[in-house]
Design a protein around this ligand. Structure first.
Ligand code: ADP
Ligand code: MG
Ligand code: MG
Length: 213
C-alpha cells in the first residue's frame, strides 16, 4: 500500500483506538508509578471519541485534513488531562501539513507524522531528556524522515519510527522528569518508563501496522 486515502486514514485512527484500549491498563499502571494513574483511561477516552467522531464523516467527500481536524477536536473535548491539548495540537498540525491533498502518499504521510511530533513539542515545550512523550516522538520523527530520505517504503518508514519511539521510551527510564506531574517526584521516577512515551509507541506501532494492510 503506497497511499492513505481518507477511508484508510480513518481505519488507521480506529486501529490506534483499538491498540490503546488493549493497552489501557498497562498505560495507567505506568502512570500510577510516577503520575496519577489515569493515562490509559484518558488516552482510551480520547481515541474512543475520535473513532466516534470519524464515523460521522463521509470518506468519499472528506479530505484527509478534515480527518485530522476532526480527530483533534474530538480528542481535545474528551480529554482533560495534559495529553489532550498535546495530541489535539499534533493532529491539527498533521492536518495543516497535508492541506488540499485528496490522499496521502509516502511523503505526505511522513510530513504529517513529523508535524505531529513537532506539534507536541511546540505545545508542551518539553525538550528531549525531560522524560515525556517527546522522548519517543522526536526520535520517531527523525528515524521516519531518515528512512524517507533513503527511499524506503511508507511501511518501512513508519516501522523505523515505531522502533525509534520504542528505544526512546525505554531511555526515559533513566531520565529525571522536569515537565508534568512526574517532575514533583525527583529521583523516585528513576527506573520507570514515562507513560506518555509508552503510549506514543502504541500509536506509532498501530500506524505502521495500518500501512501494511
Ligand atoms: P495528566 O498528567 O494530566 O494526568 P496524562 O496522564 O494523560 O495527563 O499524560 C501524562 C503524560 O503527558 C506524561 O507521561 C508525559 O509523557 C506527557 N506530558 C506531560 N507534560 C508534558 C509536556 N509539557 N510536554 C510533553 N509531554 C508532556
Ligand atoms: Mg496522568
Ligand atoms: Mg490526570
Amino acid at each position: 500500500m503506497t497511499e492513505f486515502t481518507t477511508a484508510r486514514l480513518i481505519q488507521m485512527f480506529n486501529a490506534i483506538a483499538r491498540a490503546i484500549e488493549a493497552d489501557k491498563d498497562r498505560l495507567s499502571a505506568l502512570d500510577g508509578a510516577i503520575g496519577d494513574a489515569d493515562h490509559g483511561v484518558t488516552m482510551d477516552m480520547g481515541f474512543a471519541a475520535v473513532t466516534q467522531a470519524l464515523a460521522g464523516l463521509d470518506p468519499v467527500t472528506t479530505e484527509p485534513t478534515q480527518v485530522f481536524n476532526t480527530a483533534a477536536k474530538s480528542f481535545l473535548n474528551a480529554v482533560g488531562a495534559s495529553s489532550g491539548p498535546l495530541y489535539a495540537t499534533a493532529f491539527m498540525r498533521a492536518g495543516a501539513a497535508v492541506k488540499g491533498r485528496a490522499s496521502l502518499d509516502r511523503d505526505a504521510m511522513v510530513a504529517a507524522t513529523a508535524a505531529m511530533a513537532q506539534g507536541i513539542q511546540d505545545r508542551g515545550k518539553a525538550e528531549p531528556g525531560e522524560k515525556t512523550m517527546v522522548d519517543a516522538w522526536l526520535p520517531a520523527a527523525e528515524a521516519l524522515q531518515a528512512a524517507a530520505v533513503e527511499g524506503q517504503s511508507l511501511q518501512a518508514c513508519l516501522r523505523a519510527a515505531a522502533k525509534a519511539a520504542e528505544q526512546g521510551a525505554e531511555a526515559t527510564k533513566a531520565m529525571l522528569a522536569s515537565k508534568g506531574r512526574a517532575s514533583r517526584l525527583g529521583e523516585r521516577v528513576l527506573g520507570h518508563m514515562d507513560p506518555g512515551a509508552a503510549s506514543a509507541v502504541v500509536i506509532l506501532d498501530a500506524m505502521a501496522a495500518s500501512a501494511t494492510a
